[in-house]
Design a protein around this ligand. Structure first.
Ligand code: NAD
Ligand code: ZN
Length: 381
């Protein structure tokens, strides 16, 4: 089959590789029809992780089941399914507590937890930016889609990661109906956090970024756009909240956060959240931070550290939640919202590309090119 292979920093190619096979009776094979490029792929694409060259990218996957192992009970050939980016075993302590983001058994490295398709440090699993994907424990890791699966495919594919991730950021922030919330990062994840905050009845939603196309998408769903290349975003949030700060905040940027001029400052968004969220407010951080970033221009950053305003954070009595999102905790509910027409996460999609054009897609999304807000690869096209 054809698959998108990582060759090294900013170098990917579509290459012929062996087809995946049923390796265990609980496996399912999926013919991928939609697979997104994610901001998480970009950290790896830019060579800022230890993702091994020769591996296949792709953790936001949707497709049709083409083969099942003889230990698979629920999933049938022909089902349209969306796979959470997390791979869970379903029976470890964490999976049983719906913490599939930190499954203990699918991660082969001692002392680590959490597995994913095509992801640095999250197990050896191939990604789905390919014609076919092997899904371990298929009954547990496939979400079946309703009869409008094809028609709403660009919505349902967001169930694999960014919609539940945005939802999780808002959930961790502790948002209550009527609250105000500020979201740092207007990329796909930040926009999904804005959508989630809206669905959860936030009264005021502010999104901070500097890309006009992304800010425009935030405005399309009723959020206030704050352009940090023009205004100090923390001051802007305080001005809009009677000087108190927003009730809630989300970090949707990650360790490659930078000033609008490009200068990387891994702590900038966390510190601005501390400034712009009220005393006793809550912060949900889903932008990725990593234990070691040898490519960081920042001395602390190289060691996975940030100069965090812990004093002010403590002084304000703020709560903080972080980490990978447990997609499976939310994907059924969010599927229902899409099916009922109450949520349309595909409003951010700017490009649908055949797999052959994936290298070009990576280049454009990595450049945050104007008008390139979310790319779905269509391996069947
Ligand atoms: P993205 O890189 O396209 O979006 C990030 C946005 O942040 C960009 O629009 C950029 O302009 C903006 N930004 C950069 N510096 C900023 C600053 N100082 N202030 C405000 N905005 C700033 O990526 P994405 O797909 O939206 O992903 C965002 C982050 O979420 C990434 O780190 C990704 O790895 C992570 N992620 C986490 C999970 C999870 O489960 N926790 C899941 C998916 C993605
Ligand atoms: Zn992703």
């Amino acid at each position: 089959m054809k698959a998108l292979i990582y060759n090294g920093p900013r170098d990917v190619s579509v290459t012929e590789v062996p087809d995946p096979k049923i390796e265990r009776p609980t496996d399912v094979l999926v013919k991928i029809t939609s697979t997104n490029i994610c901001g998480s792929d970009l950290h790896m694409y830019e060579g800022r992780t230890d993702f091994e060259s020769g591996r296949i990218f792709g953790h936001e996957n949707l497709g049709e089941v083409v083969e099942i192992g003889n230990g698979v009970d629920k999933i049938k050939v022909g089902d349209m399914v969306a796979m959470p980016f997390n791979i869970g075993c379903g029976h470890c302590h964490n999976c049983e507590s719906s913490l599939t983001n930190y499954c203990f058994t699918m991660q082969p490295n001692e002392g680590m937890a959490g597995a994913a398709y095509g992801f640095a440090d999250m197990g050896p699993y191939d990604g789905g930016q390919a014609e076919y994907l092997r899904v371990p424990y298929g009954d547990f890791n496939c979400l079946r889609l309703p009869e409008d699966a094809r028609e709403k495919e660009n919505d349902y594919v967001m169930l694999s990661d960014i919609f539940p991730t945005g939802w999780h950021a808002v959930e961790m922030s502790g948002l209550q109906p009527g609250d105000s919330i500020v979201i740092y990062g207007g990329g796909p994840v930040g926009l999904m956090a804005a959508l989630s905050a809206s669905l959860k009845s936030a009264a005021t939603i502010m999104v901070v970024d500097r890309h006009p196309d992304r800010l425009r998408l935030a405005e399309e769903i009723g959020a206030i756009a704050i352009d940090d290349s023009k205004d100090d975003p923390a001051k802007e949030v305080l001005d809009r909240t009677d000087g108190l700060g927003a009730d809630r905040g989300c970090e949707c940027v990650g360790y490659q956060a930078h000033e609008p001029d490009g200068e990387e400052q891994p702590g900038i968004t966390m510190n601005r959240l501390v400034q712009s969220v009220k005393f006793t407010g809550g912060i949900g951080s889903v932008g990725v931070f990593i234990p070691q970033d040898t490519g960081s221009p920042d001395e602390l950053g190289k060691q996975g550290q940030i100069a965090f305003d812990y004093g002010l954070h403590w002084f304000k009595g703020q709560s903080l939640g972080n980490g990978q999102a447990p997609v499976k905790r939310y994907n059924r509910q969010l599927r229902a919202l899409i099916h009922a027409g109450k949520a349309k996460p595909s409003w951010i999609v700017s490009h649908e590309l055949p797999l052959a054009q994936a290298p070009d897609g990576y280049k454009r999304f990595d450049a945050r090119e104007d008008g390139c807000t979310k790319i779905i690869l269509k391996p069947g096209a």
